[in-house]
Design a protein around this ligand. Sequence first.
Ligand code: ARG
Length: 577
Amino acid sequence: MNELRKDVAASIAAAVPGLEPAEAYRQIETPPDPAMGDFAFPCFQVRAQFGNAAPPAVATQLAAKVAKPACILRIETKGPYVNFFADPGVLAKSVLSAAFAAGEGYGRNETGKGQTVVIDFSSPNIAKPLGIAHLRSTVIGNGIRRLWQACGYTVIGVNHLGDWGTSFGKLLSAWKKWGNEAELRAKGVEFLKDLLVRYTEETKKDPAYQQEARDWFRKLETGDAEAKAIWQHFRDISLAEFKRVYTLLGVDFDSWSGESFYVDQMDAAIAQLESKGLASESEGAYVVDLSAHGIKEPFLLRKADDASLYGTRDLAAILYRRKHYGAKKLIYVVAQDQKLHFKQLFMVAKLLGADVEPVHVEFGLMRIVRDGQREKMATRAGTIVLLADVIQEAVDRVHEIVADREWDAAKKDRIAHAVGIGAVIFNDLSRTRTKDIDFNLQQMLDFDPETKAFKGETGPYLQYTHARLSSALRKYGKPVAGDVNFALLATDDDKGVARQVGRFPQIVLDAATRYEPSILSRFLIDLAGEVNRFWKQQRILGDDAALTAARVLLVASARQVLKSGLTMLGIEAPEEM
Ligand code: ARG
């Protein structure tokens, strides 16, 4: 595909004065819709060379002027675009040879070789139930992490647990008053959340509670053994509960160092700020004034009572990640409501001269839909529904769907898990991440009992398509690239599949660079659409052995791309469904 794109770029460059082939290559797009051709050149940036005409007029002029490369059958314009339609045989040869040669590595690239990035994702607060926002962060973060790995980076996944802060003062004080080990064991994090709610209520009646909470937090910050032991216990209990969800989702982390990890690194961070004259006193608190840098809210370093803060710990974490991992690129997958925090944090890091490229990857809300009703979910404050239960529901539903299959129990379990979880993950990654999204089991497990097929733009539909190709290949054998006659892959259906396979490497790169797994999800839906159209219209096993060989290679490449794509999203691809 790249060679073809290079040929097209060379022709365009030859027709546009001053345009380098490499730049033309960069500007060429590979449209998802075959009606737009296999390569599309947008004419917005070359208007100057055409008397500053409007882009559609530029497209017409350029199309008339450009010489048709050998791999291209025809050239058309559509609005501001010049569209190039490749010869199906040439396209198939280029794409399928590359895919076959790369095997399981097809679609991956070496852009990030030798570079380390840190991705901070999921990062829930201990002693609070995992919220829906944390589900989104977990799934989106895991997708981005895998996409960056596919681009050759070493990616360190960090779960920056919210395991420090003044609320632990309240919690410790509450525990000393009303704590109950048996109840904690039975109810888990829910019990801790109730304790905190009760403490906040009581504080309204009796202000003395406030001071007690402060005292307990100070004890914790100064290393008091009792405070530390209770805190550790709460952390363990919370983590065990969170890990249930991570296990269900198949997500793991390289580091579980949360906020508490940075407690003894904060003074050094503050000292660095002081040495640059960046820290100042304001209303009793210690802050970095950012007003000269377009941010009117000061960044808090320490409160009037000396208690340390979320932001200070995050600043220490930036310095640590740069130094310890040697990472410049620091990715934070955190809900939108922390926009200001990260804006401030990144500005402070910049003023400090930290050599980092931090980015806040935000995302929209998710709402649970039950029986057609939307339940509004709180994002940070903890939620009514236990996340693990919601996810388990998806698995249970697939269990019902596959109940009458002739599989043994272990296999039913395996498939129900893969498909149920696949549905949950894909749903989360199916729309542009900043958009709000519904968690609607009915929609994400769209199943047709007649044909036993999963439908809709869903994870199970992709898994089903993958399984279908896998079983066909089990029947028709392994592909061989050697003497395939690519010119036989001449129908629009053949070409439709081949051109999607050819888009995959660029899609991976785009999805990673833009921190947008949905680019990959939508591409996989397009690919599956082409595969299923091909399936309906054409046969893999023909009377003609040469055609069969070509189609086996085509189908095997499509299967490999579906599998790799799903894997990059963090979704399993069973061989059978
Ligand atoms: N614990 C925070 C929350 O649940 C998210 C932490 C995100 N990561 C960070 N380095 N601040 O809202």
